[in-house]
Design a protein around this ligand. Sequence first.
Ligand SMILES: *Cc1c(COP(=O)(O)O)cnc(C)c1O
Length: 392
Amino acid sequence: MKRIYLDHNATTPVYPEIFKAMEPFLKDNWGNPSSIHWAAREPRKAVDSAREQVAGLFGCQPNEVVFTSSGSEGNNFAIKGIANSKKSKGNHIITTVVEHPSVLNTCKYLSREGFDVTFLPVNSQGMIDLSQLKDSITDRTILITIMFANNETGTIFPVDEIGSIAGEKGVVFHCDAVQAAGKLPLDVDKLNVDILSISGHKLYAPKGVGAVYVKRGVRLTPLIHGGHHERNRRAGTENVAGIAALGKACEVALRDMEKETSHILGLRDKLHRGLVERIDHIRLNGHPEKRLPTTLNVSFEYIEGESILLNLDMKGVAASSGSACTSGSLEPSHVLTSMGLPPETAHGSVRFSFGKSNTDEDVDYVLEILPPIVERLRSMSPLYAKGQTLNR
Ligand SMILES: *Cc1c(COP(=O)(O)O)cnc(C)c1O
């Protein structure tokens, strides 16, 4: 059977070039980079050069890069780290309703611990209102944490403008750039960010490694206390192989970004156009233009996204309903409902997310098999029969 992977926002395969970069540290170069003897030399060099490669993607100094175990850890580190280090100055945090659970639930946790959190709403395209952001800043505000691009819809936030607003008010700005890394330029100076997190496995490196940019002078209380690793910012013997892979992934991302983006964007738009031509009552979720080149989230009215996904899976196509983290739950996506989608429409959503290895043939195949699936599911749907009567 064909196997087509259209779920790159959930995770990406490890790219061969990146696997090669990590392999020596799973085999011969197994030393602890903190040791002072021969076994440490190669692993330490690998961590140092990976730090330079990540700094290259961020446009920052290598000593502003902290390695973590994941995007989730990076987000926790940033948010709890600022909350802890600045709690004497204030207790107000600003975020949005559409953040990844690793930001949303960290903020909810802090609100139970006595912090005051503003969750900015979004409009029907998943966009926040910058004047509302400005108005919600008070002299108690210590942190603004807003994602670069949404994992479910791909909507891209105006990070540079958010950064300027935060900067003018002297508020620390953290950006969850996990979905943007490798797809959009991440120049931290131009973006006016103080802290920014990325994750390896969304960027063709393996799971279990991530990095955070922490601007020089920004003080964060560590999440993990222990040894002096990462200049006392994150204890734990380094995941050398993962770090080497992440470094390589950042180098590859910088090198290939332009080429990959136009390839992927072409496929995404071809699928969208093809679906609109072949299927009625579908709705694009997310911003029509300011959207990740990888991401196409559409609602098929009157039917369940989950049923579509099961049928696609039987034909070898991997896609997702919103986010990997909420699948398995019967709740509609918090991102889509907060954009004002009725729960039925949110339930009917499917996210196709593209990556490096997808081809025109992949899109042709989906366009061949998906319309009959939708037609069959709708023919069994009482909602569809009712909707048709009402529309007549
Ligand atoms: C995947 C993802 C994360 C979490 O990264 P992990 O490495 O899986 O913990 C955080 N934010 C966004 C936007 C993501 O897509």
